[in-house]
Design a protein. Structure first.
Length: 386
Protein backbone atom coordinates (compact mmCIF):
# COMPACT_ATOMS: atom_id res chain seq x y z
CA UNK A 1 0.00 0.00 0.00
CA UNK A 2 1.00 3.65 -0.36
CA UNK A 3 2.81 4.63 2.86
CA UNK A 4 1.65 8.23 2.48
CA UNK A 5 -1.94 6.99 2.91
CA UNK A 6 -1.27 5.75 6.47
CA UNK A 7 -2.78 7.79 9.34
CA UNK A 8 -0.37 10.35 10.75
CA UNK A 9 0.84 9.91 14.34
CA UNK A 10 0.29 12.78 16.75
CA UNK A 11 3.18 14.98 17.87
CA UNK A 12 3.75 13.02 21.10
CA UNK A 13 4.02 9.74 19.19
CA UNK A 14 6.38 11.29 16.65
CA UNK A 15 8.59 12.57 19.49
CA UNK A 16 8.63 9.08 21.01
CA UNK A 17 9.65 7.55 17.67
CA UNK A 18 12.40 10.17 17.32
CA UNK A 19 13.87 9.03 20.67
CA UNK A 20 14.00 5.44 19.48
CA UNK A 21 15.45 6.52 16.14
CA UNK A 22 18.23 8.36 17.99
CA UNK A 23 19.01 5.15 19.90
CA UNK A 24 19.10 3.17 16.65
CA UNK A 25 21.45 5.72 15.07
CA UNK A 26 23.73 5.44 18.11
CA UNK A 27 23.77 1.65 17.66
CA UNK A 28 24.61 2.10 13.99
CA UNK A 29 27.46 4.48 14.78
CA UNK A 30 28.88 2.09 17.39
CA UNK A 31 28.71 -0.79 14.90
CA UNK A 32 30.40 1.07 12.07
CA UNK A 33 27.26 2.09 10.16
CA UNK A 34 25.56 -1.29 9.69
CA UNK A 35 23.51 -3.59 11.95
CA UNK A 36 21.63 -6.77 11.10
CA UNK A 37 17.93 -6.44 10.48
CA UNK A 38 17.38 -8.77 13.45
CA UNK A 39 19.16 -6.27 15.72
CA UNK A 40 17.12 -3.41 14.28
CA UNK A 41 13.87 -5.37 14.76
CA UNK A 42 14.83 -6.15 18.36
CA UNK A 43 15.39 -2.45 19.06
CA UNK A 44 12.22 -1.36 17.25
CA UNK A 45 10.06 -3.83 19.19
CA UNK A 46 11.79 -4.35 22.53
CA UNK A 47 14.18 -1.48 23.40
CA UNK A 48 13.40 -0.73 27.08
CA UNK A 49 10.85 2.07 27.38
CA UNK A 50 10.96 2.85 23.66
CA UNK A 51 10.27 -0.28 21.60
CA UNK A 52 6.81 -1.07 20.30
CA UNK A 53 6.15 -3.77 22.91
CA UNK A 54 8.04 -2.01 25.70
CA UNK A 55 6.27 1.36 25.65
CA UNK A 56 2.74 2.30 26.64
CA UNK A 57 0.89 2.75 23.34
CA UNK A 58 -2.30 0.76 22.72
CA UNK A 59 -1.44 -2.24 20.56
CA UNK A 60 -4.40 -4.60 20.58
CA UNK A 61 -8.06 -4.28 19.67
CA UNK A 62 -9.99 -1.67 17.75
CA UNK A 63 -8.04 1.23 19.24
CA UNK A 64 -4.67 -0.40 18.52
CA UNK A 65 -2.88 -1.71 15.46
CA UNK A 66 -4.23 -5.25 15.06
CA UNK A 67 -6.77 -7.71 16.48
CA UNK A 68 -5.78 -11.19 17.65
CA UNK A 69 -8.12 -14.16 18.00
CA UNK A 70 -8.39 -13.87 21.82
CA UNK A 71 -9.20 -10.17 21.42
CA UNK A 72 -11.91 -11.00 18.91
CA UNK A 73 -13.81 -13.55 20.96
CA UNK A 74 -13.49 -15.66 24.14
CA UNK A 75 -14.70 -18.60 22.02
CA UNK A 76 -11.10 -19.05 20.87
CA UNK A 77 -9.79 -19.44 24.42
CA UNK A 78 -12.72 -21.59 25.51
CA UNK A 79 -11.98 -24.02 22.67
CA UNK A 80 -8.24 -24.00 23.30
CA UNK A 81 -8.92 -24.79 26.95
CA UNK A 82 -10.31 -28.18 25.90
CA UNK A 83 -6.94 -29.19 24.48
CA UNK A 84 -5.18 -27.80 27.53
CA UNK A 85 -7.39 -29.81 29.89
CA UNK A 86 -6.80 -33.00 27.88
CA UNK A 87 -3.04 -32.64 28.34
CA UNK A 88 -3.19 -31.66 32.02
CA UNK A 89 -5.38 -34.70 32.73
CA UNK A 90 -2.31 -36.77 31.77
CA UNK A 91 0.47 -34.64 33.18
CA UNK A 92 -0.90 -32.48 35.96
CA UNK A 93 1.03 -29.25 36.39
CA UNK A 94 0.38 -25.76 35.13
CA UNK A 95 -0.27 -23.58 32.10
CA UNK A 96 2.48 -21.20 30.96
CA UNK A 97 1.50 -18.55 28.41
CA UNK A 98 4.15 -16.56 26.56
CA UNK A 99 3.38 -13.00 25.54
CA UNK A 100 -0.18 -12.79 26.87
CA UNK A 101 -1.27 -9.57 25.15
CA UNK A 102 -3.91 -7.90 27.31
CA UNK A 103 -4.71 -11.15 29.11
CA UNK A 104 -7.85 -12.05 27.15
CA UNK A 105 -6.67 -15.59 26.34
CA UNK A 106 -5.74 -16.30 29.95
CA UNK A 107 -9.16 -15.13 31.13
CA UNK A 108 -11.03 -17.28 28.60
CA UNK A 109 -8.98 -20.42 29.33
CA UNK A 110 -9.37 -20.07 33.10
CA UNK A 111 -13.12 -19.44 32.75
CA UNK A 112 -13.57 -22.62 30.70
CA UNK A 113 -11.39 -24.70 33.01
CA UNK A 114 -13.35 -23.46 36.01
CA UNK A 115 -16.60 -24.36 34.24
CA UNK A 116 -15.26 -27.91 33.83
CA UNK A 117 -13.92 -27.95 37.42
CA UNK A 118 -10.43 -28.73 36.08
CA UNK A 119 -8.33 -25.72 37.00
CA UNK A 120 -4.53 -25.93 36.67
CA UNK A 121 -2.15 -25.73 39.62
CA UNK A 122 -1.14 -22.28 38.36
CA UNK A 123 -1.54 -20.12 35.27
CA UNK A 124 1.88 -18.63 34.60
CA UNK A 125 2.49 -15.70 32.26
CA UNK A 126 5.96 -14.99 30.88
CA UNK A 127 5.90 -11.37 29.73
CA UNK A 128 9.08 -9.43 28.90
CA UNK A 129 7.27 -6.08 28.67
CA UNK A 130 6.70 -4.36 32.01
CA UNK A 131 4.05 -2.20 30.32
CA UNK A 132 2.09 -5.21 29.11
CA UNK A 133 2.48 -6.93 32.47
CA UNK A 134 0.73 -3.97 34.07
CA UNK A 135 -2.03 -4.04 31.43
CA UNK A 136 -2.55 -7.79 31.97
CA UNK A 137 -2.76 -7.48 35.74
CA UNK A 138 -5.26 -4.65 35.53
CA UNK A 139 -7.49 -6.45 33.02
CA UNK A 140 -7.38 -9.86 34.69
CA UNK A 141 -8.04 -8.47 38.14
CA UNK A 142 -11.10 -6.71 36.72
CA UNK A 143 -12.61 -9.73 34.92
CA UNK A 144 -11.64 -12.71 37.09
CA UNK A 145 -12.89 -13.73 40.49
CA UNK A 146 -10.34 -13.38 43.32
CA UNK A 147 -10.05 -17.18 43.44
CA UNK A 148 -9.07 -17.36 39.76
CA UNK A 149 -6.81 -14.32 39.92
CA UNK A 150 -4.84 -15.94 42.77
CA UNK A 151 -3.81 -18.75 40.40
CA UNK A 152 -1.98 -16.28 38.16
CA UNK A 153 1.75 -15.76 38.47
CA UNK A 154 3.97 -13.55 36.29
CA UNK A 155 7.49 -14.67 35.38
CA UNK A 156 10.48 -12.71 34.10
CA UNK A 157 12.33 -15.81 32.87
CA UNK A 158 11.65 -19.42 31.97
CA UNK A 159 11.50 -21.87 34.88
CA UNK A 160 14.30 -24.43 35.02
CA UNK A 161 11.76 -27.24 34.88
CA UNK A 162 8.12 -27.26 33.80
CA UNK A 163 5.28 -29.76 33.57
CA UNK A 164 2.02 -28.98 31.76
CA UNK A 165 1.15 -26.88 28.73
CA UNK A 166 3.11 -23.97 27.27
CA UNK A 167 1.07 -21.70 24.97
CA UNK A 168 2.38 -19.18 22.45
CA UNK A 169 -0.33 -17.44 20.44
CA UNK A 170 1.10 -14.94 17.93
CA UNK A 171 4.48 -14.88 19.66
CA UNK A 172 6.89 -16.42 17.14
CA UNK A 173 5.92 -13.93 14.40
CA UNK A 174 7.30 -11.09 16.54
CA UNK A 175 10.68 -12.72 17.21
CA UNK A 176 13.44 -10.82 15.34
CA UNK A 177 14.45 -12.16 11.93
CA UNK A 178 17.49 -11.81 9.71
CA UNK A 179 16.80 -10.73 6.14
CA UNK A 180 18.85 -12.51 3.48
CA UNK A 181 18.94 -11.94 -0.24
CA UNK A 182 20.04 -14.18 -3.11
CA UNK A 183 21.95 -12.67 -5.98
CA UNK A 184 22.74 -15.07 -8.80
CA UNK A 185 24.07 -18.19 -7.08
CA UNK A 186 25.22 -16.50 -3.83
CA UNK A 187 23.64 -15.02 -0.71
CA UNK A 188 24.09 -11.75 1.13
CA UNK A 189 22.62 -10.38 4.34
CA UNK A 190 20.39 -7.31 4.23
CA UNK A 191 21.06 -5.12 7.23
CA UNK A 192 20.16 -1.58 8.26
CA UNK A 193 22.16 1.54 7.52
CA UNK A 194 21.35 5.26 7.73
CA UNK A 195 21.49 8.12 5.29
CA UNK A 196 21.12 11.76 6.36
CA UNK A 197 18.56 12.44 3.64
CA UNK A 198 16.77 9.11 3.15
CA UNK A 199 16.86 7.96 6.78
CA UNK A 200 17.07 4.25 7.58
CA UNK A 201 17.39 1.79 4.71
CA UNK A 202 18.18 -1.82 3.92
CA UNK A 203 21.81 -2.31 2.94
CA UNK A 204 23.41 -5.57 1.73
CA UNK A 205 26.72 -6.94 2.87
CA UNK A 206 28.60 -10.19 2.48
CA UNK A 207 26.93 -13.08 4.29
CA UNK A 208 29.32 -13.84 7.16
CA UNK A 209 27.10 -16.33 8.99
CA UNK A 210 26.59 -19.20 6.56
CA UNK A 211 24.34 -20.95 9.10
CA UNK A 212 21.61 -18.46 8.17
CA UNK A 213 21.11 -20.16 4.80
CA UNK A 214 21.63 -23.76 5.93
CA UNK A 215 18.80 -25.77 4.42
CA UNK A 216 17.72 -22.91 2.17
CA UNK A 217 20.78 -22.94 -0.07
CA UNK A 218 19.76 -26.35 -1.41
CA UNK A 219 16.36 -25.13 -2.62
CA UNK A 220 15.78 -24.21 -6.24
CA UNK A 221 15.06 -20.48 -6.03
CA UNK A 222 15.16 -17.58 -8.52
CA UNK A 223 18.39 -15.63 -8.92
CA UNK A 224 16.74 -12.61 -7.27
CA UNK A 225 15.12 -13.64 -4.00
CA UNK A 226 14.73 -12.04 -0.56
CA UNK A 227 13.46 -13.81 2.55
CA UNK A 228 13.85 -14.13 6.31
CA UNK A 229 15.30 -16.61 8.79
CA UNK A 230 14.94 -16.55 12.57
CA UNK A 231 17.66 -18.24 14.63
CA UNK A 232 16.13 -16.47 17.64
CA UNK A 233 12.79 -18.22 17.15
CA UNK A 234 14.53 -21.59 16.88
CA UNK A 235 16.50 -20.80 20.03
CA UNK A 236 13.29 -19.87 21.86
CA UNK A 237 11.63 -23.17 20.93
CA UNK A 238 14.77 -25.06 21.98
CA UNK A 239 14.78 -23.29 25.36
CA UNK A 240 11.12 -24.10 25.95
CA UNK A 241 11.70 -27.72 24.95
CA UNK A 242 14.74 -27.99 27.23
CA UNK A 243 12.78 -27.05 30.36
CA UNK A 244 9.70 -29.17 29.50
CA UNK A 245 9.81 -32.31 31.62
CA UNK A 246 6.40 -33.60 30.56
CA UNK A 247 3.65 -31.91 28.57
CA UNK A 248 3.09 -29.95 25.38
CA UNK A 249 4.34 -26.84 23.61
CA UNK A 250 1.48 -25.36 21.57
CA UNK A 251 2.27 -22.66 18.99
CA UNK A 252 -0.46 -20.78 17.09
CA UNK A 253 0.68 -18.33 14.47
CA UNK A 254 0.61 -17.42 10.81
CA UNK A 255 3.19 -19.26 8.76
CA UNK A 256 4.05 -22.16 6.51
CA UNK A 257 6.04 -25.33 6.26
CA UNK A 258 9.55 -24.79 4.83
CA UNK A 259 8.55 -25.75 1.28
CA UNK A 260 5.76 -23.17 1.31
CA UNK A 261 7.75 -20.52 3.17
CA UNK A 262 10.61 -20.59 0.68
CA UNK A 263 8.44 -21.04 -2.39
CA UNK A 264 10.06 -19.73 -5.58
CA UNK A 265 7.19 -17.28 -6.08
CA UNK A 266 7.59 -15.76 -2.59
CA UNK A 267 10.43 -13.57 -3.87
CA UNK A 268 9.98 -10.68 -1.42
CA UNK A 269 9.66 -12.77 1.75
CA UNK A 270 6.96 -12.35 4.37
CA UNK A 271 8.04 -9.27 6.34
CA UNK A 272 5.01 -7.14 7.21
CA UNK A 273 4.19 -4.20 9.48
CA UNK A 274 0.93 -3.32 11.24
CA UNK A 275 -0.10 0.22 12.09
CA UNK A 276 -3.63 1.21 13.07
CA UNK A 277 -5.13 -1.78 11.29
CA UNK A 278 -3.18 -1.10 8.11
CA UNK A 279 -0.72 -3.75 6.88
CA UNK A 280 2.25 -2.40 4.91
CA UNK A 281 5.83 -3.48 4.06
CA UNK A 282 7.93 -0.53 5.37
CA UNK A 283 9.79 -1.50 8.59
CA UNK A 284 11.23 2.02 8.88
CA UNK A 285 7.90 3.85 9.17
CA UNK A 286 8.11 5.63 12.55
CA UNK A 287 10.07 2.98 14.51
CA UNK A 288 8.44 2.13 17.82
CA UNK A 289 4.93 3.01 16.66
CA UNK A 290 4.21 -0.10 14.61
CA UNK A 291 4.45 -3.86 14.87
CA UNK A 292 6.99 -5.66 12.66
CA UNK A 293 6.37 -9.32 11.93
CA UNK A 294 7.39 -12.21 9.70
CA UNK A 295 5.61 -15.48 9.03
CA UNK A 296 6.81 -18.54 10.91
CA UNK A 297 8.82 -21.37 9.33
CA UNK A 298 7.07 -24.17 11.20
CA UNK A 299 9.47 -26.80 9.84
CA UNK A 300 12.34 -25.02 11.58
CA UNK A 301 10.33 -24.76 14.81
CA UNK A 302 9.51 -28.49 14.74
CA UNK A 303 13.17 -29.36 14.14
CA UNK A 304 14.26 -27.17 17.05
CA UNK A 305 11.92 -29.02 19.40
CA UNK A 306 12.80 -32.45 18.06
CA UNK A 307 16.51 -31.73 18.55
CA UNK A 308 15.70 -31.40 22.27
CA UNK A 309 13.97 -34.78 22.33
CA UNK A 310 10.37 -33.63 21.85
CA UNK A 311 7.89 -35.53 19.71
CA UNK A 312 6.03 -33.83 16.86
CA UNK A 313 2.42 -34.30 17.98
CA UNK A 314 0.62 -32.41 15.23
CA UNK A 315 0.53 -29.58 12.70
CA UNK A 316 -2.62 -28.29 11.01
CA UNK A 317 -4.61 -25.21 10.13
CA UNK A 318 -6.31 -23.26 12.91
CA UNK A 319 -9.79 -24.08 11.60
CA UNK A 320 -9.23 -27.83 11.67
CA UNK A 321 -7.65 -27.66 15.12
CA UNK A 322 -10.56 -25.69 16.60
CA UNK A 323 -13.11 -27.99 14.98
CA UNK A 324 -11.26 -31.03 16.33
CA UNK A 325 -11.32 -29.44 19.80
CA UNK A 326 -15.09 -28.96 19.66
CA UNK A 327 -15.71 -25.32 18.81
CA UNK A 328 -19.07 -26.20 17.24
CA UNK A 329 -20.15 -27.94 20.47
CA UNK A 330 -19.30 -24.82 22.45
CA UNK A 331 -21.38 -22.69 20.08
CA UNK A 332 -24.42 -24.84 20.89
CA UNK A 333 -24.44 -23.35 24.38
CA UNK A 334 -26.16 -20.37 22.78
CA UNK A 335 -29.53 -21.28 21.19
CA UNK A 336 -29.48 -20.56 17.44
CA UNK A 337 -32.93 -18.94 17.69
CA UNK A 338 -31.51 -16.34 20.10
CA UNK A 339 -30.27 -14.14 17.27
CA UNK A 340 -29.11 -11.33 19.53
CA UNK A 341 -26.49 -13.61 21.10
CA UNK A 342 -25.97 -16.23 18.39
CA UNK A 343 -25.43 -13.92 15.39
CA UNK A 344 -22.31 -12.22 16.84
CA UNK A 345 -20.99 -15.61 17.98
CA UNK A 346 -21.44 -17.09 14.51
CA UNK A 347 -19.69 -14.08 12.98
CA UNK A 348 -16.75 -14.49 15.34
CA UNK A 349 -16.52 -18.21 14.61
CA UNK A 350 -16.56 -17.46 10.88
CA UNK A 351 -13.47 -15.27 11.25
CA UNK A 352 -11.67 -17.96 13.26
CA UNK A 353 -12.55 -20.77 10.84
CA UNK A 354 -12.89 -19.30 7.35
CA UNK A 355 -9.99 -20.00 4.95
CA UNK A 356 -10.39 -16.40 3.77
CA UNK A 357 -9.91 -15.11 7.33
CA UNK A 358 -7.78 -16.82 10.04
CA UNK A 359 -8.75 -20.45 9.49
CA UNK A 360 -6.05 -21.39 7.01
CA UNK A 361 -3.51 -18.57 7.34
CA UNK A 362 -2.94 -19.51 10.99
CA UNK A 363 -1.41 -22.88 11.83
CA UNK A 364 -1.12 -24.85 15.07
CA UNK A 365 2.03 -26.80 15.94
CA UNK A 366 2.26 -29.15 18.92
CA UNK A 367 5.49 -30.62 20.32
CA UNK A 368 5.50 -32.75 23.43
CA UNK A 369 7.13 -35.15 25.83
CA UNK A 370 5.43 -38.05 27.59
CA UNK A 371 1.86 -37.45 26.39
CA UNK A 372 -0.63 -39.36 24.25
CA UNK A 373 -1.79 -38.14 20.80
CA UNK A 374 -3.83 -34.94 20.97
CA UNK A 375 -7.47 -34.64 19.93
CA UNK A 376 -6.74 -31.28 18.25
CA UNK A 377 -4.98 -33.15 15.45
CA UNK A 378 -7.19 -36.22 15.08
CA UNK A 379 -8.17 -34.96 11.61
CA UNK A 380 -6.32 -32.71 9.18
CA UNK A 381 -2.85 -33.36 10.62
CA UNK A 382 -0.15 -32.19 8.19
CA UNK A 383 2.90 -33.09 10.25
CA UNK A 384 4.06 -35.27 7.36
CA UNK A 385 4.58 -32.08 5.31
CA UNK A 386 7.02 -30.49 7.76
Amino acid sequence: MNISALPLPDSQAIAHSAQLLALIRDELAAAGGWISFAHYMELALYAPGLGYYSAGATKFGEAGDFVTAPEMTPLFGHTLARQVMEVLAQTGGSVLELGAGRGRLAAAILEEMQRADRLPDQYLILEVSADLQAVQKQHLQAVLSPMLYERLCWLDALPESFTGVMLANEVLDAVPVHVISKYGTGWQEMGVAADDQAGLMLMPRELLNQALVAGIDTLVLPGSYQTEVSPAARALVASLAHCLRQGVLLFIDYGFSRAEYYHPQRQQGTLMCHYRHHAHPDPFFHPGLQDITAHVDFSAMAEAGQAQGLQLLGYCGQAQFLINCGITDLMLRVPAHDLKQYAPLASQAQKLLSPAEMGELFKVLALGRGVAPLSGFVRGDRSHTL
